[in-house]
Design a protein around this ligand. Structure first.
Ligand code: KPL
Length: 321
């Protein structure tokens, strides 16, 4: 079986998965794009390899890596692609390798949030699509030193097909905590609302996830937001998830207590956040289902406002769903 994996979006999480897959014997390549998300040249020459070290409690990846790179506009076929870009960049990223994808290619989407998946499938319809919902924690200590901050789970599933992919047994060996979900769409909704409850409140407060429980005022905010998200979930295609929503959110807060959420990290780094694909998507669903979500909607506005003070300008469009 072909065991090559291409990675689009080699940030902290993409590089962690590159390390897992390479350690287990896959032929891993990081895809480099010649233009950035505004279509401007990235500049510089492509290095033939990306070198980085990983500090992890998982022995297999606690070492140095040298991963091959490939320009997106190269022509060799891509059989397996893992997309770990920011959600607002995912459509452009997959489109940049469209000419390398065929009907026998498998694409695993791992970016946060919802809405972008359907945009990709519309823009690039050839491959089969899968989701990987990851709760792994990773961040860069320096440009080439990756810290595997928290061992999490990787829940995988197929879009419109329930059987495990042929490559899944390899992932199961390569990635601790990888599991197959027959109903990945409901798991994706749960992950969406968990991110909607945690990310903007932690980013606005500038706090680690754990403070969303230990600080009484923040904890009340989380509870009120969970009540809204739970009412929306009750009216969604996944009403069975509504009852457990707050306890699931609290479990994730406890399990990631010392994490800084990805939204907080984006704000701190002056990057655009994924608010449009998380709480923005929730607001769009709430409008469609006619469920009021004033707290969620206010958080979207507050994060957009905060981005404009940290970013200078907002470069992404409102959720186009
Ligand atoms: O996925 C996350 C994120 O930060 O985006 C959580 C689960 C909230 C962990 O920080």
């Amino acid at each position: 079986m072909d065991n090559s994996w291409y990675i689009l979006g080699a940030g902290a999480l993409g590089s962690l998965y590159a390390a897992f897959l390479a350690s287990a014997g896959a032929d891993v390549t990081i895809v480099e794009r010649s233009t950035n998300r505004q279509g401007k040249p990235n500049g510089g020459r492509l290095a033939p390899e990306r070198k980085f070290s990983v500090a992890s409690s998982v022995d297999a990846i606690n070492r140095a890596f040298s991963i091959n790179t490939s320009q997106a506009d190269n022509h060799s076929e891509i059989k397996h692609l893992l997309v770990a870009t920011k959600s607002y960049d995912a459509v452009a990223a997959v489109s940049s390798v469209r000419h390398r994808l065929t009907r026998t290619s498998d694409v695993v989407l791992m970016s946060n949030g919802s809405g972008y998946q359907h945009q990709i499938a519309k823009a690039v319809s050839e491959p089969r699509y899968f989701y990987c919902l990851s709760t792994e924690g990773a961040n860069w200590r320096s440009a080439n030193a990756l810290i595997h901050a928290g061992s999490g789970k990787s829940r995988l599933g197929g879009v419109d097909h329930t059987h495990p992919a042929e490559w899944f047994p390899f992932w199961e060996r390569a990635i601790p905590g990888a599991s197959w979900e027959d109903d990945i769409e409901s798991a994706l909704w749960m992950k969406l609302v968990i991110n909607a409850a945690i990310n903007p409140i932690s980013a606005l407060g500038g706090v680690q996830n754990g403070e969303l429980t230990s600080d009484p005022a923040l904890s009340t905010k989380v509870a009120n937001l969970c009540a809204e998200l739970s009412a929306l979930t009750g009216a969604s295609a996944y009403p069975q998830l509504a009852g457990d929503l707050e306890s699931e959110v609290r479990k994730v807060i406890a399990g990631t207590a010392s994490n800084r959420s990805s939204m907080l990290q984006d704000i701190e780094a002056g990057r655009p956040t994924e608010i449009d694909f998380i709480n923005g998507y929730v607001s769009a669903e709430a409008r469609r289902l006619e469920i009021p979500t004033p707290l969620n909607d206010a958080l979207v506005g507050a994060i957009v406002e905060l981005e404009s003070t940290t970013n200078g300008k907002r470069e992404i469009e409102a959720n186009p769903k």
